[in-house]
Design a protein around this ligand. Structure first.
Ligand SMILES: *Cc1c(COP(=O)(O)O)cnc(C)c1O
Length: 387
């Protein structure tokens, strides 16, 4: 959306140079031959899919992954030419669309091939490129039993099918207890044995998401699938020898400021009572922006100080208790740095027992994204690029 169509006092700023440095830093820890698949699903984890994709490729990513076919096609339509893998099974009738756009598919069953067969020869000169997904223990999608694999083998050996990869995904990649991870690795090894016996030629094995790629580069295999870490989301405790930078910050401005006496109610359902005379500021962001009610009582930065969200968060607006008077239009930083203080998606996620990308991906389309350095005018005063 052009910024001028989205005039708004709340905006997310994406620093693509952070994504670039993060990709390079992650790559430098991996074996040189390991390919880097940049995961840009869900609009690049809320950072913008096309911008994230271009930046990752320019910084050394070999290929991309998204969750759904629609996301892959959107990238192709915007000129992305590197290989793209769709991580979720697609409908058999959508196979011609995938082939036409040279999109690689995740396959998990012989029945799917049986149904897809009817559609795939619309483009006889183009191969159907697939990665076979194995469920080694996450319990989500993929082949679990040897019989399922064997039923798929004849399809994989068809002349117009190319098996680009075989992969699995771990359930406990971010956990300090590695026992289940080891069990999954053993299971995947056993599954590789089935593949070897069948004579199907697999070009690339892959299993590592961000946490595995950063913690255990020796498990990187032929390719890593890195999402979270390239946006700067990772566990510093688990990977202390690495410095990744969060690429996204979120800002707004006070739209209303008032002095309220002791014992006044603020917010829906009288959810907050002032305990003394207080300065209350109103910030134009709410749950329709992806700023969920679970963030009631969280903090924001204003003038380099912390301000607590008071009362229930509404659909479009919320209130904060100001540490002192600030005028209307003062910038409020919801995610990011002010002075020496910083609020990160990781901190917010920890407070709701979630993960950082849950917060960045929830930010709705109503929040304008600005790429740092591409502002046309001084957005401290006017975040709206006038074009
Ligand atoms: C989303 C996803 C990834 C990326 O995981 P991160 O932890 O964000 O790096 C990798 N593999 C699969 C199958 C995924 O669905």
């Amino acid at each position: 959306m052009r910024p001028s169509e989205n005039v708004r006092d709340t905006w997310a700023e994406v620093d693509l140079s952070c994504i670039s440095r993060n990709v390079r830093a992650i790559k430098s820890r991996l074996p040189a031959a390991t390919e880097f698949m940049a995961v840009v699903k869900a609009g690049g984890y809320g950072h913008g899919d096309i911008q994230s994709a271009h930046t990752a490729v320019q910084s050394g990513a070999d290929s991309l992954a998204v969750a759904y076919l629609s996301e892959a096609i959107q990238l192709r339509r915007q000129g992305i030419t590197v290989p793209i893998l769709v991580l979720t099974p697609i409908q058999p009738q959508d196979v011609p669309m995938a082939i036409k756009h040279r999109i690689q598919l995740t396959v998990t069953s012989a029945q799917w091939f049986e149904q897809a067969m009817a559609y795939r020869n619309i483009y006889p000169k183009l191969k159907l490129i697939v990665h076979v997904k194995f469920d080694s223990g996450l319990g989500r999608i993929g082949i679990r039993e040897k019989e399922e694999w064997e039923a798929m083998v004849p399809w994989l050996k068809q002349a117009d099918v190319e098996v680009e990869g075989a992969y699995t995904h771990f359930a406990t990649a971010g956990s300090t207890d590695t026992r289940y991870l080891e069990q999954q690795l053993k299971n995947f090894d056993k599954m590789k044995g089935w593949i070897d016996q069948s004579g199907v030629d697999i070009r690339h094995y892959h299993c590592a998401n961000s946490a595995i790629a950063l913690r255990y580069p020796e498990l990187a295999m032929d390719k890593v699938r890195v999402g979270a870490a390239m946006y700067g989301f990772y566990s510093k405790e688990l990977v202390p020898d690495l410095e990744l930078e969060p690429a996204l910050s979120l800002h707004s401005r006070l739209i209303h400021v008032k002095r309220v006496s002791e014992g006044q109610s603020i917010g829906y359902d009288n959810s907050y009572q002032t305990s003394e005379a207080e300065w209350i500021g109103t910030v134009p962001i709410g749950y329709a922006d992806g700023w969920s009610q679970v963030f009631q009582s969280s903090e924001m930065l204003i003038g380099g100080q912390r301000a607590t969200v008071v009362g229930k968060i509404g659909m479009d607006q919320l209130m904060i208790r100001l540490p002192q008077h600030y005028p209307v239009n003062t910038q409020v930083t919801i995610i990011g740095k002010q002075g020496n203080d910083q609020i990160t998606c990781a901190q917010l996620a920890a407070s709701i027992d979630g993960v950082p990308q849950e917060i960045s991906t929830a930010l709705s389309a109503r929040i304008m994204r600005i790429n740092k350095g591409e502002e046309i005018i001084n957005y401290e005063q006017h975040p709206i690029a006038l074009c």
